[in-house]
Design a protein around this ligand. Structure first.
Ligand SMILES: *Cc1c(COP(=O)(O)O)cnc(C)c1O
Length: 408
């Protein structure tokens, strides 16, 4: 019964992917080609993606989770090490730190919702080996102070860019490799092509890096730790020969998925342009509504607008976020929340993670509502959502009495 609304044609789902005839034809051609797993289309997708973000190397993987795991493993992070990340992220950022045997350390968010570099500085200990900033919603983190800290303390930086394909930080694409020797950059940047992300292959991901040596290790780890060097060295023994040189994973991306990615990548700029246009509509309608706060942007950088994370001003409302989202559902609008803070999950809460100070993330969480934002929406639908949110916020205004007593 509860799902009746989503079956309705007029229901505005929280997300729908934009898959066109180009993707469908390429998948069909891949099926007919006889080469389904990692092959020529994945090689092309890697090359195209590297070019798009100005990266020296790109390694396709079957998820961003796999990409984060491989990057941590390839950098030799493990038992006894600490890795600093944000409490306001998807669980897999933290899972992958645990998968390599390291300890996740949460550094609280700043006013923009991204990890606060000052909190990162406070969290550094002699055991710290790496920092994983997350570009939440597609808003680039303040990277300069993070790179400065990494350089000062000899730490690796792995960016969780699951939301950030197409974003740039101060004019440089997220995922770009340094053009000069001493230019600051992260060791690895990991993108997600999960079904709801800005660019999708259904499931998939990409790692970019400026280090050819690291790229080589990561690529080897994505395919069972098999060495291509050995393969080259021993080709005279026959094409069946390979050597396993590390404890590898099965994290490669198939050509069926890369077939989709090649065409999604070509459309990414227009997808982001549409997202930006829709964000302007939301901002115009909701910017003047005192009961809500519109998402932050970073002037001089480019937001990928993966998500439109509205903040409720709960002290001005007589309903909470749960009711707000339920009311939107009744109005035919799917909304969501990004994210339940890491310490709020029972599994992480039971670990010492629950005791780590994440006051700002925990305070922000009850205010968060992500509105639908994707190119498959029509402008009319965006306007409908914007006005419905405005009307709901205004009709749910807390009585003046309450406001007065709060002001005292
Ligand atoms: C989606 C997401 C991931 C995981 O991506 P997958 O490709 O599904 O593994 C990691 N981090 C963040 C912030 C995400 O939103």
């Amino acid at each position: 019964m509860g799902n009746q609304a989503s079956a309705d044609q007029s229901f505005i789902a929280f997300h729908r992917p934009s898959i066109g005839e180009e993707e469908i034809r390429e998948v069909e051609a891949t099926l007919r080609s006889g080469w389904l797993t990692t092959g020529p289309r994945t090689a092309q997708f890697e090359e195209d993606f590297a070019k798009y973000v100005n990266a020296r190397c790109a390694i396709a993987v079957n998820s961003a989770t796999a990409g984060l795991h491989v990057a941590l493993a390839a950098l030799g992070i493990g038992e006894g090490d600490e890795v600093i990340t944000t409490p306001l992220t998807f669980c897999s950022t933290v899972h992958t730190i645990l998968h390599v045997g390291a300890k996740p350390i949460l550094a609280d968010i700043g006013p923009d919702g991204n990890i606060d570099p000052e909190e990162v500085a406070k969290a550094i200990t002699p055991r710290t080996r790496a920092i994983i900033p997350v570009h939440l919603a597609g808003l680039p983190c303040e990277m300069r102070p993070i790179w400065d800290l990494a350089r000062k303390h000899g730490l690796f930086v792995i960016e969780d860019a699951a939301h950030a394909a197409g974003a740039d930080y101060e004019g440089v694409p997220i995922g770009a490799s340094p053009r000069k020797e001493n230019e600051p950059a992260s060791d690895a940047v990991v993108f997600s092509f999960y079904a709801t992300k800005n660019l999708t292959t259904g499931e998939g991901g990409m790692i970019t890096t400026g280090s050819q040596q690291l790229a080589h290790t990561m690529r080897m780890l994505t395919l069972h730790g098999m060495s291509r060097d050995a393969w080259n060295r021993y080709t005279e023994r026959g094409s069946w020969y390979y050597e396993v040189v590390a404890r590898g994973f099965k994290y490669n991306l198939s050509d069926l998925q890369s077939a989709i990615g090649i065409h999604q990548l070509r459309k990414l700029e227009s997808f982001i342009a549409t997202r930006q246009r829709y964000v302007e509509i939301y901002n115009r309608v909701l910017g003047e509504v005192a009961e809500v706060e519109i998402p932050r942007d970073r002037p001089g950088s480019r937001h990928a607008w993966h998500l439109y994370m509205l903040r409720l001003n709960l002290d001005r409302l007589r309903i909470d976020r749960y009711e707000f989202i339920e009311d939107l559902r009744r109005l035919g609008i799917g909304a969501s929340v990004h994210f339940i803070p890491i310490p709020r999950h029972p599994y992480f809460g039971k670990m010492s993670l629950g005791e780590q100070p994440c006051r700002r993330a925990l305070e922000l969480y009850p205010r968060l509502v992500s509105l639908p934002l994707y190119p498959a929406m029509t402008e009319e639908q965006v306007l409908y959502v914007a006005n419905a949110v405005k009307d709901l916020a205004c009709s749910s205004r807390a009585p003046a009495r309450t406001l007065q007593s709060m002001a005292v």
